[in-house]
Write a new protein. Sequence first.
Length: 541
Amino acid sequence: MADTPVKRPHLDPRQALELRERLADANAGPATLRGGDEAIQAAEAKAEAARVKLCESGRQGALERIELLLDPGSFAELDRYVTSSCADFDMPKKRVYGDGVVTGHGTVEGRPVFVFAQEATVFGGSLGMAHAAKICKVMDMAMTVGAPVIGLNDSGGARIQEGVASLAGYAEIFKRNVLASGVIPQLSVILGPCAGGAVYSPALTDLTLMVEKSAYMFITGPDVIKAVTHEEVTKEALGGAQAHNEKSGVAHFACANEAAAMAMTRELLSFFPSNNMEDPPPRPTKDDVRRTCKELVDAVPLDPSKPYDVRTIITSIADDGHFVEVQEHFARNMVIGLARIGGQSIGIVANQPLVLAGCLDINASVKAARFVRMCDAFNIPLLTLVDVPGFLPGTDQEYGGIIRHGAKLLYAFVEATVPKVTLVTRKAYGGAYDVMASKHIRADINLSYPTAEIAVMGAEGAVNIIYRRELMAAENPAQRRAELTQDYRELFANPYKAAELGFIDQVIRPEETRARVAQSFALLRNKRQENPAKKHGNIPL
């Protein structure tokens, strides 16, 4: 009885090329390869057509992307020859080595990381059981050794031919995302279309980057939306990089191209420790922490109604003026991001007077709360810059749950045990004063500029309430209101009442901001604080 020929999986493009080169180097004929040269040529032709199509869309293959991300020569691939075991829909004839995802480990700035990169030229990057198992394996290894995981996502979603097995694969990944959350940094880079289940893993990770004009994320695509709701929308408008950076807040960065996305990923990793048991790595700097910030003397206008850009303060006090803003285009009345002071990573949360006068609203509260919790999980100290007139009023905010969403930020600051320094630059009114890392919710050191106003509300509003009857009886209500407003401002709208009560630790001059903030974080470097023992809290989600 003749031997039954072994059905080998198809080669992916790099395997076909490498095999051909090895055969040529060995002066071997085409017949040396089991399956014959025709099989190689067919695989090469099919892969080349897919690669051309991929390049036309501005995208690269999985290996090229990994090489952009990792230190040169550091990548070690795992499970290269894993294939699908699906027996349905003629899939055994279509098996490909690697099953559409490249996984392994390498280094970024010499520090170990794990990575997976989906290959869009193989089944559209769709996820089957073997594909998922490869991703789960590197996630498990990352948890074991305590190293970050970076996902390079380019997937059409679940592999329909594998049915519920592909859904099980997604759920296995989601489970690991959740269990790894707060233990190791998880970053997602969206490099192509990601639909259905492919979007939930990125949503569970710490930071998500999207490439403009080639990356998309949506639960249901434009065709399904049109069929169900009769809405017509493009992929870009529905789930492009700008849509998720400006409107939904799902993504944290919009990058011009893949190279920029990989460079930003490397930069972000430099601010994080490898895991939650370590501190972020220091970066040497020649920028003197005692440097005087003369540019801040007049940075905050004396007129409380005049806006200014809080990023002026941030870049002035950061090492070398370097600040990586997170979610720059979403909820712009709140600025969050990463910087260094004295070489040490810090997270910054700041009201932005340029937008909505720096009011807290639903999106700003959620944006800041998630960032605070991320920094706390990875031992990144927090600096909070406060200039907030209160919560944004309106029925949209109340019906949308501003009470619940504002409580998330309050919860996050109270829960955080990392060193917390707060600086009131101008206004700190009402409940928003409490929420923005006040002394009462466990901020460690609270500073203030001399011109800051810390009160229940602004002077004008307070006078209208306190002296309502007197103003109604006054011969010249406008003049009397102005007098009472000035008296109230001098008595209460300053930092000294709060300082008398110990709620403000120091009133500092703007030009000494960097020195005082650096001094505070140096003092708190060995801070140790633990929350009460519990399974977990019940944050008002």
